[in-house]
Design a protein around this ligand. Structure first.
Ligand code: MN
Length: 263
């Protein structure tokens, strides 16, 4: 049976990603795809916090090409930090029009959320064109894959196809208001935690398909109340309806390459 894997929130640490993918047997000693017919899902947040987001993006793009040339599949979903990096490049310090007294800009949020000058300098038009055609959501067997632990994706539509199409249209927009709303939606979190968590997770699965949500974005160690350095695996929670896989790579935690087992 074909093995399926997911990894998220590499946040500028290509060396940790490389080591983890080698350990999983998905790349060889020269960092080339060796996953044969395996499927690998990247759940976004390549940029910011760590020093080399561009290095992560380059590796992800290369593996996607190599897998496509062979028998494997590499799928890439967007995270909120892709929206942030692209928004920074596109709008810089332009203020976002809104009612209220605080001044918001992508530059301000980018600086507050670990934005790296080097990533901005090395990001090419071609990278941007590739990124703005990536989806937000995916479905693989019974796993519903997304970056953020939020139900805000439903604001784009009522099916994976509708949501990906509407988000793609937003990503091709030149409106700062549209871009800021994307950033806001994808920055929300913790929807599947607490008492209401399983209800929200179940509703999302009912509407979009799958039997378990797999997400990144919120560091698993925080939920467990431990230091990320002590984390050894993903966290299944919300009555088994959600699997959190963000190991906190940038914060001393492991880069988790998680094998998705049949449910
Ligand atoms: Mn995130």
């Amino acid at each position: 049976m074909t093995a399926t894997y997911a990894v998220s929130d590499v946040h500028g640490h290509p060396e940790k990603l490389t080591a983890a993918l080698q350990e999983a047997g998905l790349i060889d000693a020269e960092d080339n795809w060796s996953g044969e017919d395996a499927r690998l899902w990247f759940l976004g947040d390549f940029f910011d916090r760590g020093p080399d987001g561009i290095g992560v993006l380059r590796m992800v793009r290369r593996l996607a090409e190599q897998a496509a040339d062979g028998t494997g599949e590499v799928h890439v979903l967007l995270g909120n930090h892709e929206i942030l990096a692209l928004g920074m490049r596109k709008f810089g310090d332009t203020f976002v029009p809104h009612e209220g007294i605080t001044s918001r800009s992508f530059e301000r949020s980018w600086a507050l959320n670990g934005g790296q000058d080097r990533d901005q300098e090395l990001l090419t038009d071609e990278d941007v064109a590739w990124l703005i055609d990536r989806p937000m959501l995916g479905l693989d067997a019974d796993h519903l894959l997304m970056h953020s632990d939020t139900e805000e994706y439903l604001a784009w539509g009522n099916s994976i196809e509708e949501i990906n199409a509407a988000a793609r249209s937003d990503l091709h927009s030149d409106s700062i208001v549209v871009w800021w709303e994307m950033w806001r939606r994808m920055t929300s979190r913790y929807a599947f935690r607490g008492e209401a968590g399983p209800v929200i997770a179940a509703e999302l699965l009912e509407r979009l398909g799958g039997r378990r949500i797999v997400h990144g974005h919120s560091i698993v160690a925080d939920q467990l109340g431990i230091d990320p350095a002590y984390l050894t695996g993903p966290l299944l929670y919300s009555d088994g309806l959600a699997l959190g896989i963000d190991g906190g790579t940038f914060d001393g935690g492991p880069c988790l390459v998680v094998k998705l087992l049949p449910i």
